[in-house]
Each structure stands twice: as structure tokens, then as C-alpha cells.
Design a protein around this ligand. Structure first.
Ligand code: AMP
Ligand code: MG
Length: 491
């Protein structure tokens, strides 16, 4: 990959500066006869690649696992984690390869392949990802960008006819992901008993992404103080991230600590779901039989996960009460982001304590009637002109009307320009989200070699707030008689 369209990139691999135990150098296993199903010009622009680069054989080879980025040795990183509340021990990049990073004036972006073959951390896994889950990850990460929610990015989706055995035989695909870093809570948990490595990881993360967290004493890094500040900042970002998930009805599905980003990004899209009919305890992942990762459990689970991260920092000499103190503001951080966001969605200038009753009854109403999450918010903007389209979302309009009257009284009581309020609400309530049935439709077409639906959804979801003619179906929940799309950990 020395010459050609990628040659001008400023590349490196800072992760490789960590001690050797952090990773294994291992080559991806290239897909056979790879086909570029989609390439994302928005993500490409982040690393300085123009649209012309995306159609080249070089780009395809890179994203299919068949070429190196510059001369950088690809690597897989090791991490551990708690899965479904239980310590799972060592995990790691079992099917992901870090190709290196691209340094730009707007920051550094790591390039990682997912589904690119076995690594020393594959355990029983085959190292592959199926097209189905790859389309889901590809579209979801860019849909999150459109929603303004922090996330890893998707650069390319490459498919192949290589068979992959899951419940049935499917075909392989690779998603090329970008992020400033893919470091997870689980990386810290892995080194929770090794002072030397944990300190190296702390230094690495703080130096690159959290320089403001470094605390100095006598010209040296004060390690426990720095670790505490890092924890507090990660907690703050995580609280805000989860608030954003809640406000669009996003369920991650597998909030294991190894899927929690140290940068507060949405990471590892598997059996996630954007809710159609609202249920407060909705569980999107069919493998999650206990409902641990239900929508209304996500904030508490994130807090629990932060405790696991905190525990891993004890080895650095941090005092437990000091670590706990860093997590004490999680709930207020979450609630403040959540309430600010909810106020915007409801068209309120500011959240007032008395709004809590309106909020409780809102969720109660949606839950009782299983109203569509996205449309129930979206159609609120117009309820002062014509309430019927909103009321039509409820099987029993009587309690809906009663709530609406209270809400409209609250909203109109604040005055202000009506058109500006309407526009602001439409800018806070997406019309389009990546509903499972839409993703499924794109998957089925892609499985037949037709990527046009991936392209259509990608283009739509990068701006989910603007109504577009011709996309009416994409704003709708699945038809009542359509079989539910079951998503599980199988990927
Ligand atoms: P996940 O549930 O996707 O977050 O994955 C949990 C762990 O299993 C991670 O260490 C993954 O790398 C690994 N893993 C998941 N699927 C595979 C696979 N097909 N082959 C190898 N490792 C996998
Ligand atoms: Mg994962």
C-alpha cells in the first residue's frame, strides 16, 4: 500500500507503543472475491480520503483485509470484561484487526476491520462476521451520527460469498470502522491486577484523549489523582451518551463492560434496536432472557459498568472512596442531560420540577398503549394546529387527549414564536430511525447482491430530521401483521 490513493495519508499506530502484552500482531484473513457494497464518503473525509479513492482496488483491498495501511503490522488487542453481570475473564479482539491510524489536522482516526478473521483472542469463535450483522452495524453507526449521538464510524462495507455458519449458513462481510480509539472499559479491567500495565494504559489514554485529566505533583504525574479525574470524565461522557440513547429509544442490547467505550462512544452494534412500540422495559436482544439490558435499565447498567471500571483502577493506588466520589454525580449528570434533551423534544424552553409529572404520565401513556416511540415525539410539534395525526397513534384517544391538554397548556404558557418552536422540535425529534424492519429490508436486498437499499437508508439517516418525499414508508413502524424481526447475539 506504499503508493496510490492511500499513500498521501499520515499514518501510524500509537497503540503499538503500549507494552507487548497489550496486543498480538496478526494479519487479517482476506475475504475471497470481495465486493464493496458501500463506502461512506462522510467517514472517508474524516481521514482525508476523497470520493475518488473509494472506488479503487487499493481501497477495496484495504477494507477486505487484503492489504496493509502503509507498512503497519495489523494487530488485535486484548481486553476482558463483565458479560451479563458476570466476570468473563479474557476476551479481546476476536475478529477485529487494527490496521493503524490516520493523523489529520482534525484528529487521529484508528482504522479497524471487524469480521476479518481469527486472532489469538478468538476463543471458540470463527473470526468472521455475517453480512446481516455487518449491514446492521454499518447503517446504525452512521444513523447515530445523523442523530448527533457519539459513536464509532463506519467507513466501508465489504461482502463476499465466503460461507459463515450461524443458525443457518450465511455469508461473510467486513465492516471498516473508524474511531479516535477503540479502548474499552474492558481494557482497563484486563489490567486491573497489574500496576505496570495499568499505569501504561492510563498514561496512553490520558496523553491522547484526556490531557486535561493529568494531575501533576512535584513535576510527576500523580497517578491516583489522574486516574480519578479520568474516571470522573468517562462517567460524565457515559451519562450523557446514555441520556441520548434514551431520548431516541435506542437499546444497545449488549451493554457488557467490554462494549463500553472509554471515549463515551456508542460501540459494538449487535442486537441493538430502535424501539417501535414503546415499552419501558423493552428488551431488544432475544438472547437477553433476563432483560438485564432493557431500555429502562440502561442508565443503571452504565453506572454499574463504571463501577467495574473504577475497581480496575484500585491497582493504581486510588482509594475506593475517592473512586466512588467520581461516580457519585453520574445520576445527576444523566438526569440533567436527559431532562435538557426531553425539554427540547417537548418544545419546552427549560425543564421545570413540575414537568416531572407530565413526563411520568407521558411514558405511562406511551407504555400503556404501546404507541410508536419516534412518531409520538415527532407528531407532538403540530398538535396545536391539528392533534389528529398524533392522536391516531393511540388505541384509546381519551387518556391521550387528557395528557395532550395538560401538555399544550404547559407549552403555550411559555409564549414565544410558534414557528420557531415547531422547527426546533422537528430538529430534536427525528422522523426516521433505523427501525429493525428497515434494516432487515436492506439486509435481504444486500444478501441478493443489491446494495441500493443500504445506500438509500444511509443517505436518509444521515439527516433524520428532515422530512423527505418518497420516504414515507421509512417513517412507519412495521405493519401490524409483519413477523417481528428477532435479533440476537448471533453475528
Ligand atoms: P460481542 O458480544 O460481539 O461484543 O463479542 C464478545 C467477544 O466475543 C469479543 O471478544 C469478540 O471479539 C468475540 N467474538 C464475537 N464473535 C466472534 C467471532 N465470530 N469470532 C471470534 N470472536 C468473536
Ligand atoms: Mg463486543
Amino acid at each position: 500500500m506504499a503508493e496510490g490513493v492511500l499513500a498521501g495519508l499520515d499514518t501510524g499506530c500509537s497503540f503499538a507503543s503500549l507494552p507487548r502484552g497489550f496486543y498480538a500482531q496478526v494479519n487479517p484473513r482476506p475475504l475471497r472475491e470481495p465486493r464493496l457494497l458501500h463506502a461512506n464518503p462522510d467517514a472517508a473525509a474524516l481521514i482525508g480520503l476523497g470520493a475518488d479513492a473509494l472506488g479503487t482496488p487499493e481501497f477495496l483491498a484495504l477494507c477486505a483485509g487484503g492489504a496493509r495501511l502503509a507498512d503497519i503490522a495489523p494487530l488485535a488487542t486484548v481486553y476482558s470484561g463483565h458479560q451479563f453481570g458476570v466476570w468473563a475473564g479474557q476476551l479481546g479482539d476476536g475478529r477485529a484487526h487494527l490496521l493503524g491510524e490516520v493523523r489529520t489536522t482534525n484528529g487521529t482516526w484508528e482504522i479497524q476491520l471487524k469480521g476479518s478473521g481469527r486472532t489469538p483472542y478468538s476463543r471458540m469463535g470463527d473470526g468472521w462476521a455475517v453480512l446481516r450483522s455487518s449491514v446492521r452495524e454499518y447503517l446504525a453507526s452512521e444513523a447515530m451520527v445523523g442523530l448527533g449521538i457519539p459513536t464509532t464510524r463506519a467507513l466501508a462495507l465489504v461482502a463476499s460469498n465466503d460461507p459463515v455458519v450461524r443458525e443457518t449458513v450465511e455469508t461473510a462481510a467486513v465492516v471498516t470502522r473508524l474511531a479516535p480509539s477503540f479502548v474499552r472499559f474492558g481494557h482497563f479491567e484486563h489490567w486491573g491486577h497489574s500496576h505496570h500495565e495499568q499505569k501504561a494504559l492510563l498514561d496512553y489514554v490520558v496523553e491522547h484523549w484526556y490531557p486535561e485529566c493529568r494531575e501533576m505533583t512535584g513535576g510527576e504525574t500523580d497517578v491516583p489523582a489522574t486516574a480519578c479525574r479520568l474516571l470522573a470524565e468517562v462517567a460524565r461522557r457515559t451519562a450523557r451518551l446514555i441520556a441520548q440513547w434514551q431520548l431516541v429509544g435506542f437499546c444497545h442490547g449488549v451493554m457488557n463492560t467490554d462494549n463500553m467505550s472509554i471515549l463515551g462512544l456508542t460501540l459494538d452494534y449487535g442486537p441493538y434496536g430502535f424501539m417501535d412500540a414503546f415499552q419501558a422495559n423493552h428488551v431488544c436482544n432475544h438472547s437477553d432472557t433476563a432483560g438485564r439490558y432493557a431500555w429502562n435499565a440502561q442508565p443503571a447498567v452504565a453506572h454499574w459498568n463504571l463501577y467495574r471500571l473504577a475497581s480496575s483502577l484500585l491497582v493504581l493506588g486510588c482509594e475506593a472512596p475517592a473512586l466512588e466520589a467520581c461516580l457519585a454525580s453520574f445520576e445527576t449528570d444523566f438526569l440533567s442531560a436527559y431532562r435538557d434533551g426531553l425539554a427540547r423534544k417537548l418544545g419546552l424552553d427549560a425543564w421545570e420540577p413540575a414537568d416531572a409529572a407530565l413526563e411520568d404520565d407521558w411514558w405511562g401513556l406511551l407504555h400503556a398503549q404501546r404507541a410508536d416511540f419516534t412518531l409520538a415525539f415527532r407528531r407532538l410539534a403540530d398538535t396545536d394546529r391539528d392533534a389528529d395525526p398524533w392522536l391516531a397513534l393511540f388505541a384509546d384517544p381519551v387518556p391521550a387527549r387528557a395528557w395532550l391538554d395538560r401538555y399544550l397548556a404547559r407549552r403555550s404558557g411559555q409564549g414565544g414564536d410558534v414557528e420557531m418552536r415547531r422547527a426546533a422540535m422537528n430538529g430534536a425529534n427525528p422522523l426516521y430511525v433505523l427501525r429493525n424492519h428497515l434494516a432487515q429490508h436492506a439486509i435481504e436486498a444486500a444478501q441478493q447482491g443489491d446494495a441500493s437499499e443500504v445506500e438509500r437508508l444511509w443517505a436518509l439517516l444521515r439527516d433524520p430530521y428532515t422530512e423527505r418525499p418518497g420516504f414515507e414508508r421509512c417513517a412507519q413502524p412495521p405493519a401490524g401483521d409483519a413477523p417481528a424481526v428477532a435479533v440476537s447475539c448471533s453475528s
